[in-house]
Design a protein around this ligand. Structure first.
Ligand SMILES: Cc1cc2nc3c(=O)[nH]c(=O)nc-3n(C[C@H](O)[C@H](O)[C@H](O)COP(=O)(O)OP(=O)(O)OC[C@H]3O[C@@H](n4cnc5c(N)ncnc54)[C@H](O)[C@@H]3O)c2cc1C
Ligand code: SF4
Length: 585
């Protein structure tokens, strides 16, 4: 892999902002088409294998895998009781992290909340400012959307349809499957299309029991569709196939890169084309514009370490800083010509913000597995996915749209059921006897896209680099709360149908943002008055500006978004290249 310095005197064909799933995919597609591309990433390039240390045993870690004492990660109550940017009460911790930063393996991947404040309504905002962004630690569940999502308005009258159908994106899902690798089992479900799967993982005993128990209810449980290569990828020398080491269950990623991450999956191969220049520690604070033509001319960035300012020019600007940061960047890019922020003639930048509601879930025990010898169950990159079943054929009286459950069972390196009561040898024996019998699952449901859920710039608070912070105006509504109650009830009825002993069931809703699936702040659409981008994620207002991450989503669906972000991005970048060749940009 050839690393070269950014040449700030030249005009690149394209500059890409952000190196996560979206920025990585844009780098891959544009460089494969021969474009000369500069990729700017605000964070560092970390020695990622040393950070993740996937094979380290707990007893080899000074803190048993927990954070060192000078760091703190926020708990559920700390999000709800104290408001960001987390002032009084946290002085003792030198570094403060979001709830996901609770392990020694992710402490340098997630941001320090104090350096990156935000304000407004409660929101558990998880950010990873480093090469690869959140893909270094993502949960790998890789699902497709269907016309039940793209054309959801046709079904229930709410919101807007997407300007594309499943048939527009299906060929790009196929390309992403083949280029990155995905495991799973075909189910032929119209509302959750199959991928081109590599070798699947196996369900274990309790999971099969649940699968069979709910079949009679017409519900489907399938193997976790993991964005992991189980057979290997001959075209990629940076990634290994999955050896089922089970380390992905621990918060932290895969240090042999069987699980997809953007650097090894997309960016390093793009650098090998000779067409990609990567500049890390480059915090973009504005997209620059020619005030006469209205076109984007490049970007203004700050070196994240030296604080020096730089400008770079490009024929096209591709924004991929993640849903909320991309909206922030457009709002920051105000000028005489664009006084409301760039690409914002509709006034929709920052609005229609949506995601997934989380919290309700269940834990139980398959009693006939108690006392059975342990099996190697955590040697898998995921457990199961219980697919959506609400508002497909019937109309639920309490809410529209749907939800699915993620879950798992079986023996694991860190035994489940550690909340078992007792002391000493008898306690250990109790944990051992039960651990393979536990099964649990939690729901992810669609949060409706609403104009009144939005982000804007805080007029006072700035981050460490002097850039105005984002301010949240975002709350779950009645539809989400009704859905959460239903999640609890259906979880209970399904565990009962499987014959499990129920140990804990909850409809407690976690803080907004907990799902880390933020979407929709720069949505696409056919009408430039109510959307920011067209179906190719190109700005309606500025034709050489593209926004290719989850901000382009029209609704959140209930499926995890990353596979769709990358498929849409591939399609948009193909279009960008075509338009540039035709001289239309
Ligand atoms: C613990 C965890 C579990 C998850 N599980 C799943 C899952 O199972 N399935 C799923 O589909 N998704 C999952 N996700 C979400 C998934 O990681 C995101 O959808 C995906 O990474 C989004 O890609 P992105 O490129 O938009 O953003 P990111 O991956 O966040 O990348 C954005 C990049 O832009 C950079 N950046 C931001 N601002 C600037 C700026 N001003 N200048 C320059 N660079 C900038 C950031 O530093 C970052 O590197 C999970 C996430 C986490 C953290
Ligand atoms: S189970 Fe597979 S994907 Fe997960 S950490 Fe191990 S090798 Fe990586």
């Amino acid at each position: 892999m050839v690393e070269r310095d950014a040449d700030l005197t030249k005009t690149y064909d394209a500059v890409i902002i952000g190196s996560g799933a979206a920025g990585g995919m844009a780098s891959h597609v544009l460089t494969t088409h021969g474009m000369k591309v500069l990729l700017l990433e605000a964070g560092k390039k970390l020695p990622i294998e040393q950070e993740l240390r996937s094979m380290e045993w707990p007893y080899d870690n000074a803190n048993r895998g927990e954070l060192p004492p000078d760091r703190h990660s926020l708990s559920f109550n700390e999000y709800t009781i104290r408001r960001p940017p987390y002032g009084p009460g946290f002085e003792k911790s030198k570094h403060l992290h979001s709830y996901i930063g609770e392990s020694d393996y992710v402490k340098n991947i997630v941001v320090d909340e104090r350096e990156n404040p935000y304000t407004g309504t409660n929101y558990a905002w998880v950010r990873a400012r480093c090469l690869g962004g959140k893909t270094n630690i993502w949960g790998r569940l890789a699902l497709r959307l269907s016309d039940y999502d793209f054309k959801a308005k046709d079904r229930d009258g709410y919101g807007e349809n997407w300007p594309i159908s499943y048939s527009d994106i299906a060929p790009y899902y196929d390309k992403v499957d083949l280029y990155l690798g995905i495991t799973g089992v075909k189910e032929n479900l119209p509302y959750l299309p199959d991928s081109i799967f590599q070798r699947p993982t196996k369900l274990n005993c309790a999971e099969v029991t649940l699968q069979q128990g709910i079949k009679k209810m017409g519900r489907v449980l399938t193997q976790y569709r993991a964005g992991v290569t189980s057979d290997g990828l001959k075209h990629n020398k940076y990634r290994s196939r999955c050896y089922g080491r089970g380390a992905c269950g621990r918060k932290g990623g895969c240090d042999i890169h069987a699980a997809f991450d953007s650097p090894t999956g997309l960016i390093y191969p793009a650098m090998d084309t000779g067409n990609l220049t990567l500049r890390t520690n480059a915090t973009v604070r504005e997209i620059t514009v020619d005030q006469d033509t209205g076109k984007a001319t490049g970007v203004h960035f700050i070196d994240s370490q030296t604080m020096k300012d730089y400008n770079v020019r490009a024929k096209a600007v591709v924004v991929a800083a993640s849903t909320l940061e991309s909206a922030r960047l457009l709002l920051l890019s105000k000028s005489h010509r664009y006084p409301n922020g760039l690409a914002n003639s509709s006034g929709h930048v920052g609005h229609n913000f949506c995601e997934h509601i989380m919290g309700p879930g269940i834990a139980g025990r398959a009693k006939d597995l108690v006392g059975k010898p342990p099996t190697l169950d955590d040697g898998r990159p995921g457990g199961f996915y219980l697919t959506r079943f609400r508002n497909l054929t019937e109309k639920n009286p309490g809410f529209i749209r749907g939800y699915g459950f993620e879950g798992s069972s079986g023996s694991a390196m860190f035994p489940r059921g550690a909340d078992t009561h007792g002391f000493g040898a008898s306690f250990k024996e109790e944990v051992r006897r039960n651990q393979g019998a536990y099964i649990g699952m939690g729901a992810f449901g669609e949060v409706l896209s609403r104009y009144e859920n939005y982000v804007d710039l805080d007029p006072v608070v700035k981050d460490k680099w002097g850039v105005p912070a984002l301010r949240f105006h975002y709350k779950f509504g009645e539809n989400e709360h009704n859905m959460a109650k239903d999640m609890k009830e259906t979880a209970q009825e399904m565990f009962e149908a499987a014959g499990f002993e129920i140990m804990h069931v909850s409809d407690r809703v976690l803080t907004e943002g907990w799902s880390i699936h933020e979407l929709g702040t720069v949505r696409m659409g056919n009408d430039a008055k109510t959307s920011v981008l067209n179906q190719f994620e190109q700005s309606h207002d500025v034709r050489n500006l593209f926004v290719v991450d989850g901000s382009a989503f029209v609704n959140a669906s209930c499926q995890n978004p990353t596979w769709t972000i990358m498929s849409l991005c591939w399609r948009s970048c193909d279009y960008l290249v075509d338009e540039m060749k035709k001289g239309n940009l």
